[in-house]
Design a protein around this ligand. Structure first.
Ligand code: HEC
Ligand code: HEC
Length: 459
């Protein structure tokens, strides 16, 4: 079952227009911070330009109703922070292990810039906590090309990132289950999570920043009184992390060979071109239906439409939480997020990740269950054709979709290429899988291309 009609246009949402004009997002963000820090009104985040635009163009004078997430930007610091200063501070925070309870875990420990801000190894999940012994639940996503993730919606997005008229199913939000609506909301999760950086409170985060070598720069940027008010100091920390993640050179360079091809500057070779055709052809890979590959309204493609699907990926027995046979990570319907637990139709759905830089990853899917890109493609082709290759057996019977309780297995997606039944022809031959792999390699950014084929170690 799918929560989007397969004929509907799975549309890409975007607040900014990246690609050739990537820095626009940052300019917008900066303009908002600067202008609104003086008059106290609340600006939208970059992902929310659609609602604000309609409000601005309306002639009816009515009290402005600010989107909840944007109230974050209303606070004024005694010094108006500059964009380069915040970016530099955000970078310092991101790479600072002293911000964690263990003193040994920075954001960058898990989100390694050499791997598109994804994991540097092939462990399914990272260990965090005070002693770096507490395992996480999910694979570490890449943070590249997440600058435009729209806020979560249950009903889908239109091309402007606003609620559409037709229900296209849930979309947007940060993390695999979309539970954080902005990069600043997101940043607090790992800082406080018991199995990540494990700070007992926001205050202890601030105390750590106050002791850091860059504390003076922090005061110079946000005002000498920034640490006097804990809430304001926390805001400054989260804002700096958010602004750093809006840095085009670091997070969305659009420098892959595919981007160069979109700009008409290079040719793809014959195999890559065949791979691209397979990627988009509805009766072959059909990948572009959920991982869009085309320029839309001037925006370069993110290779995700931010929609949620249940692919029925195999259970990963290496995740310690899964040693409890009754534990299931159900994505949208819990346990990490709790607001949609009463929606059985959302159980098993996870947000579609970008495929940019996917060739530098060694862990795939939300539970990191596969370790090799060819295997991922084979999974798409063979899931229902040869379930015995992918799923565990009990009493001699293959437990298809074994990472979902039986009552939710009807949520699993059967759009092509996941629509083949035993006896059918596979959607892609071995040679076609080779072609698709060649195409996926063109999505690696130039700065990562040199080390693009990591030795994927077994965990
Ligand atoms: C212990 C490893 C670890 C550390 C440390 C860590 N993260 Fe993450 N990060 C993850 C995992 C795992 C997820 C996915 C979480 C989920 O889906 O529930 C994630 C998700 C994210 C996302 C959402 C990406 C998306 O596609 O929506 C952002 C943004 C992020 N982290 C930023 C940060 C920042 C900023 C820090 C430092 C303050 C940080 N992370 C520290 C492991 C880590
Ligand atoms: C129906 C929508 C849909 C289609 C069609 C689809 N994908 Fe996906 N893709 C997803 C979702 C959702 C996930 C995450 C699933 C999860 O982790 O539970 C995903 C995950 C992936 C991943 C893992 C990336 C990572 O960072 O872990 C790769 C690689 C991938 N898809 C490639 C492809 C390719 C190649 C095709 C075409 C053969 C394709 N997908 C077709 C929705 C789709």
């Amino acid at each position: 079952m799918t929560h989007r009609s397969s004929s509907c246009d799975r549309r890409q949402a975007h607040g900014c227009r990246p690609g050739v004009i990537g820095p626009r997002c940052v300019t917008v963000l900066l303009a908002l911070i600067v202008s609104f820090s003086t008059d106290g009104r609340t600006p939208p985040t970059t992902a929310q330009t659609a609602p604000s635009r309609s409000a601005a163009s309306s002639n009816t004078p009515s009290a402005p109703t600010a989107p909840a997430a944007s109230a974050f930007y209303a606070d004024s610091f005694s010094t108006v922070p500059s964009l380069p200063a915040m970016t530099a501070l955000g970078r310092a925070l991101f790479f600072d292990p002293a911000l964690s309870a263990s003193g040994r875990m920075a954001c960058a420990t898990c989100h390694d810039p050499r791997f598109a801000y994804g994991p540097a190894d092939s462990k399914p999940v990272a260990n965090g906590g005070a002693g770096l012994k507490d395992p996480g639940l999910r694979a570490i996503p890449s943070l590249r090309y997440t600058q435009n993730v729209p806020p979560f919606t249950e009903r889908g997005l239109d091309a402007e990132g606003a609620l559409g008229s037709a229900d296209q199913g849930p979309a947007g939000g940060r993390t695999w289950d979309g539970r954080a609506n902005s990069a600043h909301d997101q940043a607090l999760l790992p800082l406080l999570s018991s199995f990540e950086m494990a700070n007992p409170s926001a205050d202890s985060v601030i105390a750590r920043v106050e002791r850091a070598s860059y504390a003076a720069t922090f005061r110079a940027t946000f005002g000498s009184d920034v640490f006097a008010d804990r809430a304001r100091a926390l805001k400054a920390v989260l804002l700096a992390l958010e602004v750093f993640q809006q840095s085009p050179a670091d997070f969305y360079p659009y420098s892959s060979r595919y981007d160069q091809w979109l700009r008409g500057r290079i040719q793809l070779n014959a195999q890559e071109q065949r791979g691209l055709v397979l990627f988009t052809a509805p009766d072959k890979g059909n990948c572009a239906q959920c991982h869009p590959s085309q320029i839309r309204r001037g925006s370069f493609p993110q290779f995700t439409d931010f929609g949620f699907n249940a692919l029925g990926v195999p259970r990963n027995r290496l995740i310690p939480a899964n040693s409890n046979a009754n534990f299931y990570d159900l994505g949208l319907c819990g346990p990490e997020r709790t607001d949609l637990m009463q929606h059985p139709e959302f159980c098993g759905l996870f947000r579609t990740p970008t495929l940019r830089n996917v060739a530098v990853r060694c862990v795939f899917f939300h539970n990191g269950t596969l370790h090799n890109l060819r295997e991922v493609l084979e999974f798409y082709v063979e899931r229902d054709l040869k379930p015995e290759r992918w799923y565990s057996a009990s009493n001699g019977r293959t437990q298809i979709y074994d990472d979902l309780p039986e009552r939710y297995r009807g949520n699993v997606d059967h759009e092509p290429p996941l629509n083949r039944m035993p006896g059918d022809q596979p959607a892609l031959s071995g040679a076609e899988i080779d072609d698709l792999l060649a195409f996926l390699q063109t999505l690696t950014d130039a700065d990562l291309a040199a080390g693009a084929t990591p030795a994927c170690r077994k965990p």
